[in-house]
Design a protein around this ligand. Structure first.
Ligand SMILES: Nc1ncnc2c1ncn2[C@@H]1O[C@H](COP(=O)(O)OP(=O)(O)OP(=O)(O)O)[C@@H](O)[C@H]1O
Ligand SMILES: [Mg+2]
Length: 500
């Protein structure tokens, strides 16, 4: 295995980093080799993103050193990091949505070269060269906001290459991609590796890691607990290293607690240009899964029910009564809750505290006098939820911004659990959540449904849906393609329907 010192482009040594009350990195050492794909694994809050921030000069470590190209530094600045060829792609991709694909690729390198003026000709040459390096066609003149997520990601990769990336770090790049797009991304990753780039990759999906990695390092509570060639790992050893304990294989729930009373009935609804004709029912205490490829309409169904895209045809009844959902307040009034997929933009107030976020949807449900929400009730509720969801934080009054990605997702879920809606719709509830906690969240969802809440889960995580749902609907082209009842649910069948 390549542990050849000459191939090392970057190494960190005994890095320590504390935030108020949290030991995010506790003596981490790691080296990155040219031409290798290195996966970083670890539970939510184990320190992965913090390590990347140290490597890219965004966070200054409390102790330890960073060696880059043979020089040893106490800490890097973003500038030295970029000069040394370190490029990081965050999950939000940090693209300018009002600029074209081409402008996004070239603007940083042109500024670095000291260009005062934007030369369209030079820009096109750079953009074409980088796209050619990874063998892709990109719509250079379109706005970044208009192209698909996969194309935006390629744009971010090209931007990194245009800045001469030697180390390319991707923090959870696959979460928003379909299976096919992940495969395409992996082709790109291998090409880059073969061109000598050191690629660093984070994912919570074991299959992906085992598929793409040359090396794997596992972090737990800010320490390296396992490292080695990919061949040394499998599902069991990865999850054991991450959690410190063995996790049993998921089990389908034995007895469905769903009643046969219909909570929600959707009859031939349509949304102009997005949904043609969808009918479905949801029973009290039932967990209904809805899946489908991107653009199949799976998300639009949720948004129609929550009043984001009001229906333009058909009708919706709740507990047998016809209801009009014209906007989001209508939906909330009717006891419908929605956990969106895009939690960073739609689900959270990042600068508010964890407690404020948790109670933000449900102030009506909390005891108050003269309209003032009682502070201690807010704190009691927040405390209970932090415990129930295993949110990793020293205090309920920490801003949500300081939580790791997976812990932010838990706050979004907790917020709706407090509310106890009659109907809860969740879009990708465990995206970005580590494998152990996935199980916990699934069992929380089951408890909620046993208490009578009717749940719709929209997801492309087929194994998870197959495990948790009482019934599954597969959507295609804005319509219901097939409905699978409990006895028909199996992963292969769902994959077949998705591919059909
Ligand atoms: N700016 C900050 N202020 C306070 N605490 C922070 C800050 N940044 C990170 N932390 C804490 O450091 C720990 C490590 O967080 P980090 O984001 O590195 O985790 P992660 O491994 O990337 O997790 P995830 O898989 O959820 O993305 C967490 O407990 C987090 O709350
Ligand atoms: Mg992270």
């Amino acid at each position: 295995m390549a542990n050849n010192a000459n191939n090392t482009v970057l190494s960190v040594n005994s890095i320590q980093k504390q935030f108020a009350g949290v030991h995010a990195l506790n003596g981490v050492s790691l080296s990155l080799e040219r031409g290798r794909v290195h996966c970083l694994a670890g539970e939510n809050g184990s320190g992965k993103s913090t390590l990347f921030k140290v490597i890219s000069g965004v966070e200054v470590p409390d102790a330890g050193t960073v060696s880059l190209d043979g020089h040893s530094y106490k800490s890097l600045t973003p500038r030295t990091a970029i000069k040394g060829g370190i490029q990081i792609i965050y999950q939000d991709l940090s693209l300018f949505s009002n600029l074209s694909v081409e402008e996004n690729i070239v603007i940083a390198p042109l500024i670095a070269k000291g260009r005062q003026r934007y030369s369209p000709r030079e820009a096109r040459v750079i953009a074409e060269q980088t796209a050619a390096r990874i063998g892709v066609d990109l719509p250079f003149s379109e706005l970044a906001s208009e192209v698909s997520i996969a194309q935006r990601q390629l744009t971010a990769i090209c931007r990194a290459l245009a800045q001469d990336a030697q180390v390319l770090i991707m923090d959870e790049p696959t979460t928003a991609l379909t299976k096919r797009e992940v495969d395409a991304l992996f082709v790109t990753v291998r090409l880059l590796r073969d061109q000598g780039v050191a690629v660093v990759f984070v994912s919570h999906k074991f299959d992906e890691m085992l598929h793409i990695a040359d090396e794997i390092t596992v972090l737990r509570n800010g320490r390296v607990v396992a490292e080695g060639a990919v061949a040394d790992f499998d599902h069991a050893s990865l999850s054991e290293a991450m959690t410190g304990q063995r996790i049993d294989d998921p089990q389908r729930r034995q007895t469905a607690s769903a009643s046969s009373r219909i909570a929600l009935s959707v009859d031939h609804i349509g949304v102009e240009g997005k949904l043609s004709d969808v009918s479905l029912t949801l029973n009290h205490g039932e967990i209904l899964g809805i899946t489908g490829l991107l653009g199949s309409g799976r998300e639009t169904v949720a948004e129609a029910l929550f009043g984001v895209h009001p229906i333009t045809s058909g009708q919706i009844s709740i507990d047998g009564k016809r209801r009009h959902i014209r906007n989001v307040p209508d939906a909330i009034e009717l006891g419908i809750g929605y956990v969106p997929g895009d939690r960073l933009n739609e689900g959270l107030f990042l600068d508010h505290t964890i407690a404020q976020n948790i109670v933000s949807a449900s102030t009506a449900a909390i005891p108050h006098t003269f309209g003032l929400v009682l502070r201690h009730s807010v704190e009691a509720i927040a405390k209970r939820m932090i415990e129930a969801f295993g949110i990793k934080t020293p205090s309920s009054s920490a801003p949500v911004r300081t939580l790791s990605g997976g812990n932010q997702q838990r706050v979004v879920l907790a917020k709706w659990f407090v509310q106890k809606p009659r109907i809860l719709i969740l879009n990708g509830p465990t995206v970005g959540v580590d494998i152990g906690s996935k199980q916990e969240i699934i069992s929380l969802l089951r408890n909620l449904s046993s208490d009578g809440t009717s749940i719709i889960i929209i997801s492309d995580d087929v194994p998870e849906l197959a495990e948790v749902a009482d019934r599954i609907i597969v959507m295609r082209n804005g319509e219901v393609a097939v409905e699978l009842c409990e006895s028909e649910i199996c992963q292969d069948r769902i994959f077949d329907e998705l591919a059909a």
